[in-house]
Design a protein around this ligand. Sequence first.
Ligand SMILES: O=C(O)CCC(=O)C(=O)O
Ligand SMILES: [Fe+2]
Length: 339
Amino acid sequence: MERSIPIVDFGLFLNGGKEEREQIARELDDAFRSVGFVYLRNHGVSRKMVGRCFEWSKAFFDLPLKTKMLAPHPPGGSHHRGYSAPGVEKVSQHKYGVEEIKKDREIPDYKESFESGNVNDSAQPNIWLPEDELPGFKEFMETYFTECAELIHRILDALSIALNVPEPGLSSTHSHSLFQLRLLHYPAIDAEQLSQNKRSRINAHSDFGTLTLLFQDNVGGLEIEDPHQPGAFCPAEPIQDTVLVNIGDLMARWSNDRWRSTVHRVGLPGENRQVDGDRGLGRAVVPDRYSIPVFATANMDTVIDALPSCWDEEGNLKKYEPVTAWGYVQMRMAALYDS
Ligand SMILES: O=C(O)CCC(=O)C(=O)O
Ligand SMILES: [Fe+2]
């Protein structure tokens, strides 16, 4: 890939003066224009909190299936909370036709997930296990959600500076913090199954909200598509103490495609990553992988129409019709689950 994913010191934005904040806004703008992804250091969610979240995630997924099924994800795509067992969800890339979605599901994503969101989100109430099945889990996830929501709002402040969006900026269009905290577990799998495309971990897709935070363990396997070479992917390696941030489709549209919503997937970890097992028998096993994406979207009534600094009447016309955040997200979500 021509340009790798930049690393930005977000502490300079959080704690710096006007000049430093403007500099970081420019760095984010560059990253999102060229690659659509950035690693943030000093992002304000402590190493300890991130570590604890991975521990909780493992504790949850280690529970027996029948216990996890006490917090089931409802059928259909409109209430995106609770537990989804391996093979239930299949991400798809811009495929809304029933036939296309069915065909896509023939290669199952081998992962399980648990979704939670804002405690005040009445449209999508959280779905928890009975407290005594995993005491403390709910409380921790609610706290983690709040810390991630704070980071998302600060990134939105930086993006507002980057695009000259006047005060109170993009953060105010996300004031309900309708975010989704997702725990993901990809069970250990034969490397051969992944390499021969019999199963995927997560198929190539772009995220459909405004932006996504992604915490990953150090197993690897995440890859992003080279914007200059469609179909060619390169690794987004785990980097200690950073969070990956990427632009989603809704923000790409809002920025009139100034920023990229880059297609990504999870498959076989790179050669330099760990693959356990007896290579002699050709039965290498890719270890379990855990990741924690947090998806942001705008308040549902927000009209997504090209931001003022992203278009003009001369060379750079508006490319898209206005759409509400609600209309857009529902359309994308319906493609995820069989209804
Ligand atoms: O597990 C990962 O690293 C990526 C997850 C992802 O892209 C998603 O859930 O949208
Ligand atoms: Fe994604």
